[in-house]
Design a protein around this ligand. Structure first.
Ligand SMILES: [Fe+2]
Length: 520
C-alpha cells in the first residue's frame, strides 16, 4: 500500500454501469474527504487498479462484460491489496455469500443511504489499518531476527545469502541482487543474485543479464551519491538499466545503497516482474533498514576475510622463506661434499640413519623434521676447513686434528645468526661429544649432550665406518656395528645404541626384501 489511510485521503474506486449511481457516490464520497474515481465496468476497473493504488473498491455486482464477481476474481489473481465492497440490487443472501467467498470485505444492498456507504467504507479502512499494523509488526520482528543472525556471522557468503533471501521474502521481489564495490579498483560488480521460487520456474530468467536486464550501475551510484531514494516503476525504472530486460516487462525496481559511515560499499537491488505488483514506499523503507544493518555485517566479514587471508599469506611466505633458506644451506653442504669423493652423500645418509632411530623412539613429526635437518647440516662447519689437507692417506698431524676439530664450532657460528636455524645448532655443535665426557668441543657428559647431538653421533660414525675414506676402505656392516656396540656407554648413549641396533636391522630387512642394495 503506497500510503496509510491516515496520512492522506483514502482512494476509492467506484465501479458501476449506471451513471446516476456513479455520479451520486462520487459526489458524496468526495464531500466526505475521499479521493474518488469512477469507472463503468470490471475490465476498466482492473486496468485502473493496476495503474494506481486504491484502498477500497466499491463495485456493482451486475454489469455488462466483466461483472462484480469476475472483478473480485481478477483482483485476487493479480494479488492486489485492495478491499472490495459489493453493491447489489439483487439482494439475495446467496449472491452476497458468493461475493464474500471470492474475497469481498462486505456487501451493501441497493437502494442504500449514502451515510451507510460511508460507514461501511470507514469500517473497511479501519480494518485495513489494523491489518497493516499487524503486518508491519511481523515484518519488524522477522527483520530483527535476520539482522541479528547477520551480525553473528563472519562468513561473507552466508551474510549475502541472508540479505537476498530476506529481500525476496520481505519485499516479495522476483529477483534480488547484491552489487559490491571492489575496495581495490573502486569498481561496482554484481556479486550474487537470487530468484524467487516463481521466477525460478520461468526458464527465460536463467538467461542471466538478458533475462532480467543489465543495470546502469553508474546512474544508480549517482542517484545514491545524491542520497535520492531509488524506487521506480515501469518505464521510469528503465533509465536505471543499460540493457532493458528482454523477455519480461519490468514492473518495479528498487535499489538501496549499502553504506558504512559515508562510504557506499555496494547496493541491494530488488526487481518485480509480476504484473500489477509494485514495491511500495514501505518496502523501500524496509529494505533500507535491512541494507543498513547488512552493510556493517558485510564490511566486518570482508575485513575478517582479508585478515585471515593476509595472515595465511604471511604464514606461507614464512614457511617458504624458511624452507628456501634451509635448502640453500643444504645446497652449500652438498656442494662441499660433492667436491670430495670420500664424503659424497654422507650428510643425506646420516640424516636417514638418524631418522631411523628417531622413528623408533616415536618422536613427533616436528621433532623428526628437526632431526632430519640437523643431521643434514651436522658438518656444515667443514665449509670453513680446507678438505684436501684432511683427505690424505694415513694419520693426521696434531695440527691437522686440531683444525678438523674446529668444524662443530664453525658450524654453530654459521647457523647462529639465522633465527629459524637455531634448533638445528645442536646437530652441528654436539655431534662429536661423547657419552663419557671425552668428546669435543665442550666435553659434555651423558644427558647434558642434546639428544640430537647424541643421535647424529651414532649415525655419523656408522656412515663414516661403512664408506671409503682416504686413509682406509669401507668396513662391512657387522664390523661397524660391533665397533659401535663396543663404544656403547663410552662414546655413545647406550640406550640409543640399543635402539639403533634394532632400527638398522629392521631397515636392512625392508631394503633387502624390496631388492635394494644394502651395506654388506
Ligand atoms: Fe663431523
Amino acid at each position: 500500500m503506497d500510503a496509510s489511510p491516515l496520512d492522506e485521503p483514502a482512494r476509492i474506486l467506484i465501479v458501476d454501469d449506471e451513471k446516476v449511481v456513479r455520479d451520486m457516490l462520487q459526489t458524496f464520497l468526495s464531500l466526505e474527504g475521499f479521493s474518488v474515481r469512477a469507472v463503468d465496468d470490471g475490465s476498466t476497473a482492473i486496468e485502473e487498479l493496476q495503474r494506481r493504488t486504491y484502498h477500497v473498491v466499491l463495485s456493482d455486482l451486475k454489469m455488462p462484460n466483466v461483472g462484480g464477481l469476475e472483478l473480485l476474481q481478477l483482483i485476487s489473481d493479480a494479488h492486489l491489496d485492495v478491499l472490495c465492497i459489493i453493491m447489489t440490487g439483487f439482494g439475495t443472501v446467496e449472491t452476497a455469500i458468493e461475493a464474500m467467498k471470492k474475497g469481498a470485505y462486505d456487501y451493501i444492498l441497493k437502494p442504500f443511504k449514502p451515510e451507510y456507504v460511508v460507514r461501511t467504507i470507514r469500517r473497511a479502512l479501519e480494518r485495513q489499518r489494523l491489518e497493516q499494523e499487524n503486518f508491519r509488526l511481523k515484518e519488524a520482528i522477522s527483520l530483527y531476527k535476520i539482522t541479528e543472525a547477520m551480525a553473528r556471522s563472519l562468513s561473507l557468503d552466508t551474510i549475502l545469502d541472508m540479505v537476498l533471501e530476506a529481500t525476496l521474502v520481505e519485499a516479495d521481489a522476483d529477483v534480488a541482487t547484491l552489487v559490491l564495490k571492489n575496495p581495490k579498483t573502486g569498481e561496482f560488480v554484481e556479486r550474487t543474485r537470487r530468484y524467487s521460487k516463481n521466477a525460478q520456474t520461468d526458464l527465460n530468467w536463467y538467461g542471466g543479464q538478458s533475462g532480467v536486464g543489465e543495470l546502469n550501475l553508474s546512474a544508480i551510484v549517482e542517484q545514491h551519491r545524491q542520497e535520492r531514494p531509488l524506487l521506480a516503476h515501469g518505464i521510469r525504472a528503465l533509465r536505471f538499466f543499460a540493457e532493458p530486460p528482454k523477455d519480461k516487462r519490468l514492473v518495479s525496481f528498487c535499489s538501496i545503497p549499502l553504506k558504512v559511515q559515508d562510504n557506499v560499499i555496494g547496493m541491494l537491488n530488488a526487481y518485480s516482474y509480476t504484473r500489477g505488483y509494485k514495491f511500495s514506499e514501505g518496502h523501500r523503507r524496509l529494505l533500507q533498514v535491512l541494507a543498513s544493518r547488512a552493510a556493517v555485517s558485510i564490511e566486518n566479514a570482508r575485513l575478517y576475510e582479508e585478515l585471515v587471508q593476509s595472515n595465511d599469506e604471511l604464514r606461507r611466505a614464512n614457511v617458504n622463506l624458511k624452507e628456501h633458506f634451509r635448502a640453500t644451506i643444504v645446497g652449500f653442504a652438498r656442494a662441499l661434499e660433492e667436491s670430495d669423493r670420500y664424503t659424497r652423500g654422507h650428510s643425506e645418509r646420516v640424516s636417514r640413519y638418524a631418522e631411523l632411530i628417531g622413528r623408533k623412539l616415536t618422536l613427533g613429526d616436528m621433532d623428526l623434521e628437526k632431526l632430519r635437518w640437523a643431521a643434514l647440516m651436522h658438518d656444515i662447519g667443514k665449509i670453513g676447513i680446507r678438505s684436501e689437507k684432511l683427505n690424505k692417506p694415513g694419520k693426521l698431524s696434531p695440527e691437522e686434528v686440531a683444525m678438523f676439530r674446529t668444524h662443530p664450532a664453525k658450524g654453530k657460528r654459521i647457523l647462529e645468526p639465522i633465527p629459524f636455524m637455531e634448533d638445528l645448532i645442536p646437530g652441528a655443535f654436539c655431534h662429536h661429544e661423547a657419552w663419557d665426557g671425552c668428546g669435543y668441543p665442550q666435553g659434555l657428559m651423558g644427558e647434558n649432550i642434546p639428544l640430537i647431538g647424541r643421535l647424529v653421533a651414532i649415525a655419523d660414525t656408522y656412515d663414516a665406518m661403512t664408506s671409503d675414506r682416504s686413509y682406509r676402505k669401507a668396513m662391512p656392516h657387522d664390523i661397524a656395528m660391533g665397533e659401535i656396540e663396543r663404544c656403547s656407554g663410552s662414546q655413545f648413549d647406550d640406550r640409543l645404541v640399543e635402539v639403533f641396533v634394532v632400527a638398522i636391522e629392521e631397515h636392512r630387512k625392508v631394503e633387502r626384501s624390496a631388492g635394494r642394495e644394502i651395506i654388506r
